[in-house]
Write a protein that binds this ligand. Structure first.
Ligand code: C2E
Ligand code: MG
Ligand code: MG
Ligand code: MG
Length: 281
């Protein structure tokens, strides 16, 4: 981790992890087959509002239900998808599936925002915004309940195109958040220019609080930056009560992490959301 030299970008990097990881190109045919056979599933990790203590929604996280190898985590196949471009069709599958699941949430009389991860590679598809608009129509997706999580790399790939895309989708009420905030190069000017409504503090910083003075300072700085720019802030990777208490003290808005719940099946998420709404009444 290192701090950037200029005041223009906050840079604590952990970069290139995804690109240079052990992406296995020989996985590609298997991944195509998996997509055709419907072997991908979405799990949902609840998010909690720190003011109300209620679940506000969840992040959708892809898993690969492999017939022999069992459940495979995204870090073991998303890098290969990004390298081969397969992330484009798989990314559309994710949006469709999240849309279907959002409909089930709605039909159960429940409310929850759903965050979907968008890879920088997906912006290389010039039809990204139009295809998402079509999916919204086709799957009757409530776009005001949909949020896309972007990483800072996405914002730097092709600035003009990415900006247009984000603006077009924001016009439908879709929200955008910056994922893993603090680990890439976060340009303050982009934060200002783009309709990004939320910053997600990377879990590597949360791991150090309370206790590590640098991490504490970074978390404080991100919360105040977000609030000063009229954005909300969510901490990811919250595993302990001490972390939670620190975040409440810093006025963080939402949390996500094993302390509350790991990512769970849609069924379980629906139950949690249901219990939550009963309690809120
Ligand atoms: P992410 O978007 O930053 O997601 C957060 C990751 O942190 C998830 O890992 C989640 O399970 C994990 N996590 C949650 N709470 C805790 C905690 O308390 N402690 C720790 N140590 N970890 C926690 P997961 O599900 O393995 O996903 C890894 C990454 O894969 C995601 O990071 C995201 O970048 C990518 N990914 C997942 N689903 C998709 C998808 O549908 N599309 C794309 N493009 N990328 C995806
Ligand atoms: Mg995410
Ligand atoms: Mg909304
Ligand atoms: Mg993250």
């Amino acid at each position: 981790r290192a701090k950037s030299q200029s005041g223009l970008s906050y840079a604590i990097y952990d970069q290139q992890k995804d690109q240079s990881g052990n992406a296995d190109i020989t996985l590609e045919p298997e991944l195509w087959r998996a997509l055709q056979k419907g072997e991908f599933v979405l799990h949902y990790q609840p998010r909690i509002d720190l003011r109300t203590g209620c679940i506000t929604g969840a992040e959708a996280l892809i898993r690969w239900q492999h017939p022999e190898r069992g459940l495979i985590r995204p870090d073991d196949f998303i890098p290969a998808c990004e390298k081969s471009g397969l992330i484009v069709p798989i990314g559309y599958w994710v949006i469709q599936q999240a849309g279907r699941d959002m409909k089930l949430i709605r039909e159960a009389g429940l409310h929850g925002h759903i965050g979907v991860n968008l890879s920088f590679r997906q912006f290389q598809d010039t039809y990204l915004a139009r295809t998402i608009e079509r999916l919204i129509e086709q799957f009757d997706i409530d776009s005001s309940m949909l949020e896309f999580e972007l990483t800072e790399t996405a914002l730097f790939s092709d600035e003009v195109h990415v900006k247009e895309c984000i603006r077009a989708l924001s016009a439908h009420g879709i929200e955008f958040s910056l994922d893993d905030f603090g680990t890439g190069y976060s340009s303050f000017s982009l934060l200002q220019k783009l309709p990004i409504t939320k910053l997600k503090i990377d879990k590597s910083f949360i791991a150090g609080v309370p206790g590590n003075a640098d991490d504490e300072e970074i978390v404080r700085a991100i919360v105040s930056l977000a609030h000063n720019l009229q954005k909300s802030v969510i901490a990811e990777g919250v595993e302990t009560k001490a972390q939670l208490e620190f975040l409440i003290k810093q006025d963080c808005d939402q949390v996500q992490g094993y302390f509350f719940s790991p990512p769970v099946s849609l069924d379980l998420f629906l139950k949690m959301l249901g219990a939550n709404e009963m309690q809120a009444r």
